[in-house]
Write a protein that binds this ligand. Structure first.
Ligand code: C5P
Length: 393
C-alpha cells in the first residue's frame, strides 16, 4: 500500500510504483487531497493497475475497499513522500483522512520516506514526531541530503525510488518456506444422499484459503485441495476441487508423500450416507432414518505414510479444547495441531476472525483472535520453525 502525500517528491513515487510492480509486488495507491495537486490519480492508476483511493467517507469506495479492508489487504504500508504534516498526524494517532486512518488501522509494518524542506526536517517538533513513530516500530527510509526543490540544500530530500524499493523488498522478503511443497485441504465436504441432497457442515474454507495464501507468500509451492466454497481461488497455486470426503481422500493421500508439509484445514465429514440413492428420495411417513458409514480419516492416513510429510491437523471443538486437541494429535500421529473453539459468538466457522491454540509434541502457542489472514501467516511461521527444527534435529 503506497500512500502519497502532497509534496513535490510525489513525482518520484510514480517511478517507485513501476519498480515495485517490476518485482512482482501488487501495489495499491492512496493519495491525500494535496498529493493530487502534484500528480494525477490517473498516473498512479495506470502504473499500479488498480484504482487509486483518496476519500475516507465515500460510500462507493468504502464498499469496494474501505479503510479497514485496505489496511488488512496490505502486507506493508509505505508513505512516500511522507510530509511533515502527515508525520505529525501519524505521531498523534490522528485519523482525519483515508491515509492517516488506514495507517492507524494497519497491523502490518509501516515505512515512511520523509520529504520536506531541510528546516522543517530539522525542527524540534518534527524530530520528536519521528522519534515517537520510530519508538512505535515505524521504519524510516531516508531522507537524503542534497539540493532541494525549494532551492535550499540539506537533509530532507526524499530517498530515490530505487532506495525505497530496495529497503522494502529486503525487509519483506521473509520466505521461511522457500520452495517447500505444501499440500493444503480446505472447506467442507458434501456427502450425497441422493442426486439433489447432501450432508455437510458450516465450514467456509476461509481459514484453509488464508493458509494457502500465507504459504504461497512464504515462498512455498502450494497445492490446495478444496471442498465446495464460495471463495476466490488464490492466484498462482494449483487447485483441485472435490466434493466428498472420499474424493478428497483420493486427491490427497496418494500424492501426500511428494510434499514437505500437509495441512489438513478441511472440515471433512466423519460419516457419509451408507446408501446413496440414484433417484431423489420421496417423502414417506413421519420419520426417516439415514444410515451413515464412516469416512476414511485423511489426515491420519497421511500421517501413517512411510514417507510422511510434516503433518498439521486442525481441531474444531465446542468443549475441553486442549484435551481433545492434544489427544487428537497423539492418536492421529500428527506433528502439530491447531485448535479453535467453534459454536461461540466470535471466530471459527464462516467468520473472518479466528484464534488458535497450537500444540506440538513438546510445546504450544496461543495465537490471539485476529483476522484469518494474519492468523494464517503466524501459523505458517510456526510450522516453518517446527519443520526447520525437526529437519536439523
Ligand atoms: O477428528 P476430527 O475430525 O475432529 O479431526 C480434525 C482433523 O482431522 C482436521 O485436520 C481434519 O481435516 C482431519 N480429518 C480428516 N479426515 C476425516 C476427518 C477429519 O482428515 N475424515
Amino acid at each position: 500500500m503506497l500512500g502519497v502525500c502532497g509534496g513535490i517528491a510525489a513525482y518520484k513515487s510514480a517511478e517507485l510504483v513501476r519498480l515495485l510492480k517490476k518485482r512482482g509486488i501488487e501495489v495499491r495507491v492512496v493519495m491525500t487531497e494535496s498529493a493530487k495537486q502534484f500528480v494525477t490519480p490517473l498516473t498512479f492508476q495506470a502504473l499500479s493497475g488498480n484504482p487509486v483511493h483518496s476519500r475516507l467517507l465515500d460510500a462507493d469506495e468504502e464498499n469496494a475497499m474501505g479503510h479497514i479492508n485496505l489496511a488488512r489487504w496490505a502486507d506493508a504500508v509505505v508513505i512516500a513522500p511522507a510530509t511533515a504534516n502527515m508525520i505529525a498526524k501519524l505521531s498523534c494517532g490522528l485519523a482525519d483522512d483515508l491515509l492517516s486512518t488506514l495507517s492507524l488501522a494497519a497491523e502490518c509494518p509501516i515505512y515512511l520516506a520523509p520529504a520536506m524542506n531541510q528546516a522543517m526536517w530539522r525542527k524540534a517538533v518534527t524530530r520528536e514526531n519521528i522519534a515517537r513513530l520510530q519508538s512505535h516500530g515505524v521504519h524510516l527510509i531516508g531522507p537524503e541530503a542534497g539540493d532541494q526543490a525549494c532551492g535550499e540544500t540539506g537533509l530532507g530530500r526524499m530517498a530515490e525510488a530505487e532506495t525505497i524499493c530496495a529497503a522494502l523488498t529486503e525487509s519483506t522478503s521473509d520466505k521461511p518456506l522457500l520452495n517447500k511443497k505444501v499440500l493444503i485441504s480446505a472447506g467442507p465436504t458434501r456427502e450425497a444422499l441422493d442426486p439433489v441432497r447432501y450432508i455437510s457442515n458450516r465450514s467456509s474454507g476461509k481459514m484453509g484459503y488464508a493458509i494457502a495464501n500465507a504459504a504461497k507468500k512464504a515462498g512455498a509451492l502450494v497445492t490446495l485441495i478444496s471442498g465446495p466454497v464460495n471463495l476466490q481461488p488464490p492466484g498462482d497455486i494449483e487447485i483441485v476441487n472435490v466434493e466428498s470426503a472420499e474424493q478428497m481422500y483420493d486427491a490427497i493421500v496418494p500424492r501426500a508423500q511428494d510434499f514437505d508439509i500437509y495441512i489438513g484445514a478441511a472440515a471433512v465429514a466423519d460419516y457419509r450416507p451408507a446408501d446413496v440413492r440414484a433417484q431423489k428420495i420421496k417423502k414417506q411417513g413421519e420419520e426417516s432414518v439415514i444410515k451413515l458409514q464412516r469416512n476414511p480419516d485423511i489426515v491420519a492416513s497421511v500421517a501413517a505414510l512411510e514417507h510422511k510429510p510434516f503433518v498439521v491437523g486442525f481441531a474444531a471443538e465446542t468443549d475441553d479444547l486442549e484435551n481433545y486437541a492434544k489427544n487428537k494429535m497423539l492418536s492421529k500421529n500428527l506433528d502439530m495441531i491447531a485448535a479453535n473453539w467453534v459454536g461461540g459468538k466470535q471466530g471459527g466457522f464462516d467468520s473472518d476472525l479466528n484464534a488458535l491454540k497450537v500444540f506440538w509434541r513438546h510445546g504450544q502457542k496461543d495465537l490471539a483472535m485476529t483476522d484469518k489472514r494474519h492468523l494464517a501467516e503466524q501459523l505458517i511461521r510456526l510450522i516453518a520453525a517446527r519443520l526447520n527444527e525437526k529437519n536439523t534435529a
